[in-house]
Design a protein around this ligand. Structure first.
Ligand code: SF4
Length: 337
């Protein structure tokens, strides 16, 4: 087993993990909230290091990431476990799986990078379940990936601590973070967590130079209040910048949340219009069929820069990072640096 980073040993043989903001103190023989980090005789181990539950070559738009290496493929990996316990989790079969019951395969970091290169992917994504709890593995693979010229992506709930995020920063290029709601009460009740650490990690990721896109799954009656959504958009504009792509996605009943219907398209359209009105340059809708709201438009002249249908993209109005029509510089990463 692989010893964890980001923890301290206590005198009473408990350990305190500092990888995510739960900051679990774990007794001997027990796991933390995420279910994959275990105290064995006073040492914390990352039990899922090098063990994967899923791998795929995905269009990067599926993450969704629309302004980081658009039109490319991303080698995508998932493990098991999660530090959140969301009632509406869409990947509950892996996020709630345990080591005994899960079908896991071994994949050393260098083999993961080899598969990404062989699959003609421009990046590696740690996704499907929460990558924070895979810290040591992602770190080792990510360092190798960067040395081979690949991009690196976390699809995350943003509950990582400051110290762990700073450790990742030299290897992590893109932080696709869920901001599930702008209400701490929501985070507490639905996810078993808190809002502020998520906001703090998003702001820190930006300060550390990562590309950021946010996703908010809009759930009828739970987080679709326009005042609250407007406050979230204002926060993003102020702290992450008006060029931050924000994705507002439709909820569909899943896992333990079966008591309400899917998000109406009209709700997402209203949010899109509000985001534009508040000065956000690149709002998007998601999880719904839309022939307009997943395209990228020039914020200066309105030209269609990128057309998206499903997960495929065309670039009729974009010349590298410039609008072909008016020359406006578009905040979009086209190449791995
Ligand atoms: S990663 Fe988070 S949930 Fe898991 S043991 Fe560490 S502090 Fe607890």
């Amino acid at each position: 087993m692989h010893e964890a980073l980001q923890y301290k040993k206590n005198e009473d043989s408990t350990v305190t993990c500092s990888l995510c903001n739960h900051r679990c103190t774990i007794k001997e023989g027990r796991h933390g909230v995420c279910g994959v980090r275990k105290n064995e005789q006073g040492t914390l181990f990352a039990e899922t290091y090098g063990r994967i539950s899923a791998e795929a070559i995905d269009p990067i738009e599926k993450k969704p990431l629309f302004h980081y290496l658009p039109g490319t493929l991303s080698y995508s990996l998932g493990g098991i476990g999660c530090n959140f316990h969301c009632e509406h989790c869409q990947n509950w079969h892996i996020s709630r799986a345990n080591l005994e019951g899960a079908h896991l395969r071994d994949l050393p970091p260098d083999e993961g990078v080899r598969r990404a290169v062989y699959g003609r992917c421009a990046s590696i994504s740690w996704t499907y379940n929460e990558p924070t709890i895979w810290h040591e593995y992602a770190l080792d693979m990510g360092r190798l990936a960067r040395s081979k010229g690949l991009g690196t992506i976390y699809v995350t709930n943003g509950y990582i601590t400051e110290e762990a995020l700073r450790e990742l920063a030299p290897m992590l290029a893109a932080f696709r973070v869920d901001i599930k709601s702008f209400s701490d009460a929501f985070y507490k009740k639905i996810c078993g967590a808190h809002l502020q650490p998520v906001l703090d990690s998003a702001a820190l990721a930006r300060e550390l130079g990562m590309h950021i896109e946010t996703v908010t799954l809009v759930i009828p009656g739970l987080n679709d209040d326009m005042e609250e959504i407007s406050a979230l958009i204002r926060w993003v504009i102020e702290h992450l910048g008006p060029a931050t792509p924000m994705h507002f996605s439709a909820f569909h009943p899943d896992y333990k949340m079966l008591d309400r219907g899917a998000t109406p398209l009209a709700t997402l359209e209203k949010i899109y219009a509000k985001a534009k009105e508040l000065g956000l340059k690149y709002p998007y809708t998601g999880n719904v069929y839309s022939d307009r709201y997943e395209n990228t438009y020039c914020p200066a002249c309105g030209t269609t820069l990128i057309e998206r249908h499903g997960f495929s993209s065309r670039f009729p109005g974009l010349d590298d990072q410039q609008c072909k029509n008016c020359g406006e510089k578009i905040e979009i990463v086209r190449h791995v640096t």
